[in-house]
Design a protein around this ligand. Structure first.
Ligand SMILES: *Cc1c(COP(=O)(O)O)cnc(C)c1O
Length: 369
């Protein structure tokens, strides 16, 4: 390593593991010389962005020489109405990734502990490690968050606990009953971060949003995103609800123009495109049923999902299956990075994409057996 970097950079950065993104379509085209590729690797909306959002985004392109509204006034006003939360408790970020980073920057001193499920979304570990925090990873129980084990992992040094609900990469939820019990017992010196990136896909009536605990006097923040069901991943925009005091603290470390104006107007339009939202939910439900049936026919086990992806057991080395699928133009995610060497995480796509995935998987597993 370079001597300057080694001796002068903050030592915490050398504890960071690089983020493993879903393989981009263009990269697969270049590397494998394939033309017809489907990406079921990053839980993007297979219907694309809301048409209303596209129209709104186009309408502000000519104004991109003007700085965006640093307060996201219109978007916060609409979020406030829709979710019945005061505007001064709402935060908007450059993706919910930024909000997660801001939470860490606001609360973590070196050595502070954060409690998170394992496996789960990698940003919790990343943002805590950037701040030289200590990550306490609590294994899942049967693919779902183990809330009683997470409670036991909390101590005097714990600053933040992350609840990814539904959990990425397993798609499981924790129930209202479980979260109720957790919230009753979680100490007041801990910030509870609910990451609800996939909550629009949930159809289990036992689900509860972190919003229900915002007025209990506990310290809660609920992060959501426009990247998944709203189909705006490239614009980078997410939002959060919390208390007035926590919002004020996080705003202190937020860059003045963190959310660009194209993202702000597109998100505002997407929120009111119920047709697109419902079509996306419908397509996901259909695709989920289809994939369940096909996987069962193939004798493969999977984790029933409340999100727009399925975590499934191929019974084979997932890296091998991944490579073979890639050669057939199907990009998915391997489970090894999450500690499951035989699993894949596949995004639920359009009917055509799901069909192509299943056919490719049948061929690949047939050839490997
Ligand atoms: C995709 C995802 C996000 C969203 O990130 P953005 O920065 O808003 O694109 C957040 N949390 C989880 C668990 C996710 O899977």
């Amino acid at each position: 390593m370079n001597r300057f970097v080694e001796s002068r950079a903050r030592s915490a950065i050398f504890n960071l593991k690089p983020y493993v993104p879903g393989k981009p379509i263009e990269e697969v085209k270049r590397e494998l010389g394939l033309e017809d590729i489907i990406k079921l690797a990053s839980n993007e909306n297979p219907l694309g962005p809301s048409p209303l959002a596209q129209k709104a985004a186009s309408s502000v392109i000519s104004q991109m020489h003007i700085y965006p509204d640093s307060n996201c006034f219109e978007l916060k006003r609409r979020l406030s109405e829709l979710f019945d939360q005061p505007t001064d408790t709402i935060l908007v970020g450059n993706g919910s990734d930024e909000l997660l980073k801001l939470i860490a920057e606001t609360f973590l001193n070196p050595g502070d502990e954060v409690v998170m499920p394992q496996p789960s979304f990698s940003e919790y570990q990343f943002t805590a490690t950037v701040m030289d925090g200590v990550c306490v990873q609590v294994p899942l129980h049967g693919f779902a968050l183990d809330l009683s084990a997470m409670l036991k992992a909390i101590n005097q040094r714990t600053k933040v606990v992350y609840l990814c609900n539904p959990n990425n990469p397993t798609g499981t939820i924790v129930t209202k009953e479980q979260v109720d019990r957790f919230m009753e017992e979680v100490p007041d010196h801990v910030l509870v971060v609910f990451d609800e990136a996939y909550q629009e896909y949930v159809d289990n009536a036992d689900f509860v949003s972190g919003l229900d605990y915002l007025t209990t006097g506990k310290n809660v923040i609920v992060c959501r995103t426009f990247s998944k069901i709203y189909g705006l991943a490239a614009l980078r925009i997410g939002y959060a609800f919390t208390t007035q005091a926590i919002a004020g603290a996080i705003e202190r470390v937020t860059e003045p123009f963190n959310v660009n104006s194209v993202a702000q107007v597109a998100a505002l339009a997407a929120l009111d495109d119920l047709e697109h939202l419902q079509a996306s939910q419908f397509l996901n439900r259909q695709g989920k049923q289809y994939l369940y049936e096909q996987l069962e026919t193939m004798g493969l086990s999977y984790v029933p999902t409340q999100a727009n992806f399925i975590f499934l057991d191929t019974g084979k080395d997932c890296r091998l299956v991944f490579d073979k699928l890639l050669q057939k133009g199907v990009i998915v995610r391997t489970g090894d990075i999450f500690g499951y060497p035989n699993h894949l995480r596949v995004t639920i796509g359009t009917a055509e994409e799901n069909n192509r995935f299943i056919e490719a998987l049948q061929t690949v597993l047939g050839n490997l057996s």
